[in-house]
Design a protein. Structure first.
Length: 254
């Protein structure tokens, strides 16, 4: 969507607060020995207290409130009472929701407890690259140039990017134009970011894979060549200067 009046900005700030607070609280609440279903139920209660509704459930009938992916799962992991979190796990939580007709999206990968499996370096790279990408976006910036920046920064650190997972427009529904904000220079995408547009910018930084594939459950995605992936995501409003980071209170840059 494009912000055209104060009421729309207020609506986006309200729903963005709901998803950002839910993500932050879920990350703080996660403990070894907890199931991903317990963690999802906790997040569902927070969203409900805000009056917000799960976007993946509303849009796709996703079997959970939030997406929780663990270790070799890259994204869209289904919360399960049979999946127990362990010390050192690489966990990704993606929270998106609708509130009063406005939609917002954010996500974060983190290490649960001690970094016994050495995932923190990958996570730090993803966070730093997201920050660099977000603050390079202005009205008129080519979308493909941001993709090039993300891939270049990943390569500098010895990582790859997932080419079939992208950021996207958001605001009046979960996925809007621009439909694909890729993590590499897409030479076939001439589009530019527009001032006042609301977009979800996501990093998909990987150790070995360059594409994600869907498992037999129809949702969970893993790498085509295995390995691990870190994802971080903010919903922003594009301006002529620094963007308005609507989900900044999720604390992923703190």
């Amino acid at each position: 969507m494009s912000i055209t009046k104060e009421a729309e900005l207020a609506g986006m700030k309200k729903v963005s607060k709901a998803v950002a607070c839910t993500l932050k609280e879920m990350q703080s609440y996660a403990r070894p020995g907890m199931t991903t279903k317990q963690l999802d139920d906790y997040g569902a209660k927070i969203l409900s207290d805000f009056g917000a509704r799960s976007a993946p459930y509303l849009t796709y009938g996703f079997p959970g409130c939030t997406c929780i992916s663990v270790n070799n799962e890259f994204c869209h992991g289904i919360p399960s009472g049979n999946k127990t979190l362990k010390e050192g796990d690489l966990v990704n939580i993606d929270v998106s929701a609708e509130l009063d007709g406005f939609w917002s999206d954010n996500g974060s990968s983190f290490v649960l407890g001690a970094d016994i499996n050495q995932h923190q370096k990958l996570i730090n790279a993803s966070k730093q690259i997201l920050h660099k990408a977000v603050y390079a976006i202005k009205g008129g910036t080519r979308i493909s140039d941001i993709g090039h920046l993300i891939e270049t920064e990943a390569k500098k650190r010895g990582y790859k990017v997932i080419k079939n997972l992208t950021g996207h427009g958001v605001g009046r529904s979960l996925h809007e134009e621009p439909g694909e904000i890729a993590n590499y220079r897409d030479r076939f995408n001439p589009a530019r970011f527009r001032k006042n547009a609301v977009v979800a910018i996501e990093t998909f930084i990987s150790t070995t894979s360059t594409h994600a594939k869907t498992l037999n459950d129809g949702w969970t995605m893993v790498g085509d060549k295995g390995g691990f992936m870190a994802q971080h995501e903010h919903t922003i409003v594009v301006t002529d200067g620094d963007p308005v980071v609507l989900t900044e209170m999720n604390g992923i840059w703190n």
